[in-house]
Design a protein around this ligand. Sequence first.
Ligand SMILES: [Fe+2]
Ligand SMILES: [Fe+2]
Length: 358
Amino acid sequence: MLLVAESDREVCNVVEQAAAGLLPVECVHDAEAACKKAAANPQPQIALIDIRFRGGGLTLANEIFVLSPDTHILLFGANPTVEELEQAVNSQVAGFMRLPFGSESIRARISHLLQSPPRSRGLGGMISNLHTEVRTRSEMLVRARRAGLMALARLAEYRDTETGMHVERVAAFSEQLSLLLERQSVYADQITKPFLQSIRLAAAVHDIGKVAIPDSILHKPARLTPEEFELVKTHTIKGWEVIEAGRKADRGTDYEMTLAAQVIRSHHEKFDGSGYPDGLKGEAIPLAARIVAVIDAYDAMRSTRVYNPERARDDTAGEIRRCMGSHFDPKIADVFLRHIDVFEMMGRNIDRVTARWK
Ligand SMILES: [Fe+2]
Ligand SMILES: [Fe+2]
């Protein structure tokens, strides 16, 4: 049905003539009647409204938008002012037609609108396209941010070890240990899908704060002085500050960045409260940081470092067992030790493990 809101009977006659054979026409002479028709079933496919209808054609158009979102609305009027035209352009109407109009031109507009999708679907399509566009852009931003953080993590690690593979191993092992914990029902309520999707990056960036530590200290082949050790300890806070600056930009809503911030700040905390930088104790230490703490220590012991030769598998396992409850969360260390051979195997095949990520 085509609804015409117009007090001039002559205009209604022209529209009736133009719409003949296309759709029935209903002419109304006041806003209340127009709204009743718009809310009735079936709702009008098209509404033609005089922009000066009873002093407010645009107000009526807005009411019809609400009552009947699928209705295409055309405004019309004689000698419209610039202000009226601007209002029409800025509203959601399908167009404006100048009076007087011939029946041919109005018939062409009616035919065109009848072939167009319902107004809300047209708008819905635009909105859903926008959602897709926003999602694509967001995913691109996430990928770019991950690549940037991984580059920073590797940069920090290249200065510390020869190959930088510590970053890759800590990431892969932490993800694996999280999966094992979840399967063994240890902290399973906290190891959610987002946790499992985020732990790898969070673990990879655990030491990015080391970019701020001078080479002379990082590469010192002798024992560090207490002052030097205090400086090394600041890598937790310095790295955390980098991530926090990014987190503030997205108002702290990004889970992956939240987990990364926790790991960076707290991976040197100890279960008995004797770690740094905050001296957190037990389960007050974020879970992701407690997982990375076990993995970081394991990988450091199993690798050759300037300050330490590589330790054997059994020696390393013994050391982790000895530190259960003091350095490490005993429940996490227990699951790790029961599956240590999985990590040994992954370590020997780290190239193949990380190839899956690309
Ligand atoms: Fe560290
Ligand atoms: Fe590390």
